[in-house]
Ligand binder design. Structure first.
Ligand SMILES: NC(=O)c1ccc[n+]([C@@H]2O[C@H](COP(=O)([O-])OP(=O)(O)OC[C@H]3O[C@@H](n4cnc5c(N)ncnc54)[C@H](O)[C@@H]3O)[C@@H](O)[C@H]2O)c1
Ligand SMILES: [Fe+2]
Length: 403
């Protein structure tokens, strides 16, 4: 057995390679329309780019509440043909992707428009990749496995959380093991995206809170990552400032368009930060809560976040202090240690204010070793965490996350 300290050296060396790639490789970014009503501008871009047959990928709930009505009316007006695939569910599975792909092929669609939360955008990314790559989803999962350019992909997020409209990730779940198997490749970044706060004013408060905490987790994990650099720092700080100011407003007063629009932008900034700097243990554990208990992604992150920050704070004091400052928590000449703690305590208070539970009621003691093992495997081979933990420490920490 290799001593843990030596293993950590290996993980850190691997992360250095990833950092060099992220810093130097040109990452595509979508052309962005930002502002209330911008989803209609995106429809115009689709028409200008000459897409004739578009597959709209979304979830049934959004169709039911009429969220797509203005978008489909605009496409009709612009004489763009479309067919709707509304079979995406939270944490999309391989078979949902395959059903969307079958519809795309049946109607000879040559472009995809995703309208929805991270689940719809991620499913659309994988449908678009499957359409042009002769590879199963299993073979597309992992890093840099999408060899051919995907179909033109347009994205309209309806939650302010995942940042999927700008990231190189698409999270789909294996239907047998329920494990989340991300496809990570710059080729899955959408061509055009629209941040339209008007589409978010009906998002229920509890989903607003959970998805907003997902965006915050992206910003925080990217900022304290050993792979952070000036560009990701700028995006992470901007996201943190906006989220701390506008998330409480959006949760309390969902109809506040300014708060919705700023949260959409914050989620985009946080996506830009973590697509290059990566996330960390919070996401690794949250993904496995999702796999075991179908816990919504944002909620899982919100439960895990303070625990991992407490664990990491001695190795990330200065960074957490900067996040505290960006959150407006610096009042005098406090030490960085004090500021770092203030930031963590502020997150705990926000969770309480939003009615987010402190622990996960479904968490079973007997599942903890497997959750810890899978989370450490994900984290150590993908993320540049500021402080490393071994299996025993992970199990102890996760046990504290039970309700
Ligand atoms: N690609 C990435 O970079 C990335 C990053 C983080 C998370 N994810 C993945 O994204 C998924 C989660 O996405 P999500 O948190 O956006 O949630 P989601 O897409 O699963 O949607 C959650 C619920 O909100 C509803 N909803 C969405 N928009 C609405 C609106 N405007 N009004 C009313 N209801 C609305 C949906 O119908 C659904 O029931 C997970 O699978 C997660 O793993 C991906
Ligand atoms: Fe996330």
């Amino acid at each position: 057995m290799i001593p843990f300290a030596l293993q950590v050296k290996g993980f850190q060396n691997m992360q250095k390679v990833l950092k060099t790639v992220a810093k130097n490789m040109p990452f595509p970014k979508p052309t962005l329309f930002n502002g209330p009503g911008s989803s209609l501008q995106l429809c115009e871009a689709i028409a200008q780019m000459d897409a004739q047959n578009v597959l709209i990928v979304t979830d049934a709930m959004l169709v039911k509440i009429g969220l797509l009505d203005r978008i489909t009316a605009k496409l009709k007006e612009l004489k763009v043909n479309y067919v709707i695939f509304d079979g995406v569910e939270p944490d999309p599975t391989y078979d949902q992707v395959e059903r969307g792909l079958a519809l795309l092929q049946q109607h000879h669609c040559e472009a995809i428009l995703a309208v929805g939360g991270g689940s719809s955008i991620d499913a659309a990314k994988v449908i678009a990749a499957r359409a042009t790559n002769n590879k199963s989803i299993k073979k597309l999962a992992g890093m840099f496995k999408v060899f051919r350019p995907i179909l033109p992909l347009y994205a309209i997020p309806t939650t302010a959380g995942t940042g999927s409209e700008v990231t190189l990730a698409a999270v789909v779940s294996d239907p047998v093991t329920h494990a989340k198997t991300p496809v990570m490749d710059p080729k899955v970044v959408p061509l055009v995206a629209a941040l339209d706060g008007e589409l978010m004013t009906g998002l229920p408060a509890h989903i607003t809170a959970a998805t907003g905490m997902d965006a915050l987790t992206h910003a925080v994990e990217a900022f304290i990552s050993a792979n952070a650099f000036a560009e990701t720092d700028a995006n992470a700080l901007a996201a943190t400032k906006l989220i701390m100011k506008y998330l409480p407003i959006a949760v309390k007063d969902g109809k506040n368009l300014e708060a919705r629009q700023q949260m959409a932008l914050a989620s985009y900034y946080a996506g830009l930060a973590f697509t290059k700097a990566g996330v960390g243990y919070v996401h690794a554990i949250a993904h496995n809560f999702g796999a075991h208990y179908h816990t919504p992604h944002g909620l899982a992150n919100a439960i895990v976040l303070p625990h991992i920050l407490e664990f990491s704070k001695d190795a990330a004091t200065d960074r957490l202090a900067k996040l505290a400052e960006a959150s407006g928590l610096k009042t005098g000449k406090e030490s960085n240690e004090k500021l770092a703690q203030k930031f963590i305590d502020h997150i705990k208070a926000m969770k309480k204010e939003f009615g987010i539970p402190e622990g996960l009621d479904k968490l079973k003691q007997e599942d903890i070793p497997a959750i810890a093992k899978a989370a450490l495997k994900e984290a150590h081979f993908t993320y540049a965490v500021p402080r490393y933990m071994d299996q025993k420490t992970a199990e102890q920490l996760i046990a504290q996350m039970a309700a």
